[in-house]
Design a protein around this ligand. Structure first.
Ligand code: XMP
Length: 319
């Protein structure tokens, strides 16, 4: 019988057999797949696992702390947190093209991960959160390697001189199975049922040039949106929802004063496969609350808009 308990027991046995007494390293992103791998490997091999969490400066509010809290504090997983935000912001300075930004962000991730793993000289294995749909996807790609440091990070693979073997315990599982074993392993529901978050993070939700100041404003607005979706029981009814920073200024009034500040767009979609999507019909009262809270609470934002574009013809992300 295939249930979460059996899948876990079976995976644990296979991982133990595969890696023996060797050390394993895993890039933890805070997303569902790498989180489940971390929890599973921790069960299977305990301290033989070391996770590397790269804080790019392009994550959501408190995300780094939450990852450390869940894995390091509560579960006792070894996690190395790398604060790389300054490197990211300086690498992205003056870059406006979305694909160029993706490349820079993806390559920098590889570079940093490589530096960290070079320090862990005893590591023999690289664990990855590859799931079955990733395997199918990369089978169709030219290199067949797209799943290495997942397609998520938009890079083709690891440097050739990285002599690590792959351990991919979720390779045969679909997303709903991954979620089910995540719950069974005791991960917080919030983490397991999270909306997808793109590898380049806020880097593609700040249109054009990425600046730390913009990322800070976007994080605050996005957090308010998530908090209220949750509170109104709307989070699970949307497939993906987020805020986008528009680098244009708009006039507003506040008390007796005039404001001339930035604009935030809110995006929420319903979809099965993310190939096509319908914009979520969020209640007007909810949208009104969003604009009030964001404009009142985020100093630097003077206007909030709601994206009513479907996919196609638009995409889900703005870049
Ligand atoms: P689009 O914008 O193409 O998004 O309609 C479809 C889904 O893919 C996600 N997405 C990405 N994920 N790296 C990722 O890992 C990326 O560069 C990227 N671009 C889009 C997007 O969030 C949505 O879930």
């Amino acid at each position: 019988l295939w249930n979460p308990k059996n899948i876990i027991a079976d995976s644990i046995e296979r991982v133990r057999e595969q890696v023996g007494d060797d050390e394993v390293i895993l890039g933890l992103s805070g997303g569902v797949d790498s989180s489940v791998v971390a929890a599973l490997l921790h069960e299977a091999i305990g301290d033989q696992l070391t996770c590397v969490f790269v804080d790019t400066g392009l994550l959501r509010l408190n995300e780094g702390d939450q990852v450390m809290d869940t894995f390091a504090e509560h579960m006792g997983v070894k996690v190395i947190r790398v604060n790389a935000s300054e490197r990211y912001f300086s690498a992205l300075e003056g870059v406006t093209d979305p694909e160029a930004k993706r490349k820079i962000i993806g390559n920098l991730f590889i570079e940093i991960f490589d530096e960290e793993s070079a320090k862990l000289t005893s590591a023999k294995w690289l664990a990855q959160g590859t799931i079955y749909p990733d395997v199918i996807e990369s089978a169709g790609s030219k290199t067949g390697k797209a799943h290495v440091i997942k397609s998520h990070h938009n890079v083709g693979g690891l440097p050739d001189d990285m002599k690590l073997e792959l351990v991919e315990p979720l390779r045969e599982l679909f997303k709903d199975e991954v979620r089910a074993i995540g719950v069974e392993l005791g991960l917080p529901r919030k983490m397991v049922f999270r909306h997808p978050f793109p590898g380049p993070g806020l880097g593609v939700r700040i249109l054009g040039e990425v600046k730390e100041e913009y990322a800070d404003l976007l994080r605050q607005a996005d957090h308010i949106f998530m908090e209220e979706l949750d509170r109104h029981d709307l989070y699970d009814k949307t497939s993906q929802a987020f805020a986008v920073f528009l680098p244009v200024k708009s006039v507003g009034v506040m008390g007796d004063g005039r404001r001339y500040d930035w604009v935030i767009a809110l995006r929420a979609v319903e979809t099965i496969d993310f190939m096509t999507a319908r914009w979520a019909r969020l209640p007007y009262e909810f949208l009104e609350l969003m604009s009030l809270r964001i404009i009142n609470e985020v100093d630097g934002i003077s206007r909030v808009t709601y994206d009513i574009s479907g996919k196609p013809p638009a995409t889900i992300e703005w870049e």
